[in-house]
Design a protein around this ligand. Structure first.
Ligand code: HH2
Length: 287
């Protein structure tokens, strides 16, 4: 599957090895995306990697543990009520010493931002894809930036507030349709789009469970699916545990997501997740 269309004659796009993601998706195994939060307030690891030295060390560790892609974010997106909005200048100040250094490690880098200006800067600095937790529906310029750079974009479902009365999968599908319209109008190639049901975003814990259980329904879009259940609160509602003790639940959710069609898994715990995926795949092929 081709995820990335190289831009003819662009030295920058050649430097990014844009076909690396396409090659990963063609491997026929789930892609592991490691999370790197350069933030003081992320819900599970806020403050741990705010220092660039710690962030780059963590990036090296995740690469050694088997991460295929690293998703770098400098603004907490946590939907748990109290995330502080970060000005563009501060987001870029946090990313400045980290993102280019991680690109230099040779791994594919995804920029987790909802802001066009930050995405444009990150892509110019060598990021290979954009992860928008508002599915191109928040910043009207973001789709244009993605289109201009011809890079993959993750369109994640989100809502301002959870509504327990709705059919969450129908809502996710309607949201994806709106995002895909925006993407098409901006000229983003369909093969550069990844869809993500946004576990924990604008959903009750039960709706997060439902989104994973009914993931196969999202295959109808014919696009690669990403699932990020890592350490999320819905796990706590099933089996009481603080964020740093949700590894078991995260792995269970991710294995079932892959069984339901997920091609990319977004995780804080790369070694354990990669091992679980390998063992599940080995059992699958031993049938
Ligand atoms: N989850 C988080 C952030 N970004 N992006 C995608 N595509 N899918 C997700 O599920 C997703 C995401 C939340 O996790 P984390 O980055 O650790 O927390 P915070 O946003 O508080 O930094």
């Amino acid at each position: 599957m081709t995820l990335v269309r190289p831009v003819a004659g662009s030295a920058r796009s050649e430097k990014k090895s844009p076909d690396r993601l396409a090659r990963l998706l063609a491997l026929g195994r789930p892609i592991v995306m490691g999370v790197l939060n350069v933030t003081p307030d992320s819900f599970s690891d806020g403050g741990r990697f705010l220092d660039p030295v710690d962030a780059i060390e963590q990036a090296r560790r995740m690469i050694a543990e088997g991460a295929d892609v690293l998703d770098i974010g400098a603004e907490s997106t946590r939907p748990y009520g109290d995330a502080v909005a970060v000005p563009i200048a501060e987001e870029m100040r946090r990313l400045g010493p980290v993102l280019p250094a991680v690109v230099g490690l040779g791994v594919a880098v995804s920029i987790d931002t909802m802001k066009a200006e930050v995405a444009a800067w990150a892509l110019a600095a060598g990021a290979a894809m954009v992860n928008d937790v508002w599915g191109l529906q928040r910043d009207g310029e973001l789709a244009r930036v993605v289109s201009q750079h011809a890079v993959p974009v993750i369109i994640m479902h989100n809502r301002e507030a959870a509504d327990p009365a709705i059919d969450i999968v129908a809502d996710i599908c309607a949201f994806f349709s709106r995002s895909l319209d925006i993407a098409a109008r901006a000229g983003i190639a369909r093969q550069n789009i990844v869809l993500d049901p946004g576990i924990g975003f604008g959903k009750t814990p039960e709706q997060s469970l439902t989104a994973i259980a009914r993931l196969p329904e999202l295959k109808s879009f014919g696009l690669p699916l990403l699932v990020g259940a890592s350490r999320k609160r819905f796990i706590d509602t099933v089996s009481l545990a603080p964020p740093d003790q949700r590894l078991g639940g995260s792995i269970a959710a991710h294995l079932l997501a892959v069984a339901g069609g997920a091609a990319i898994i977004r995780t804080h715990d790369v070694a354990e997740t990669a091992q679980a995926l390998r063992v599940a795949a080995a059992i699958g092929s031993a049938r």
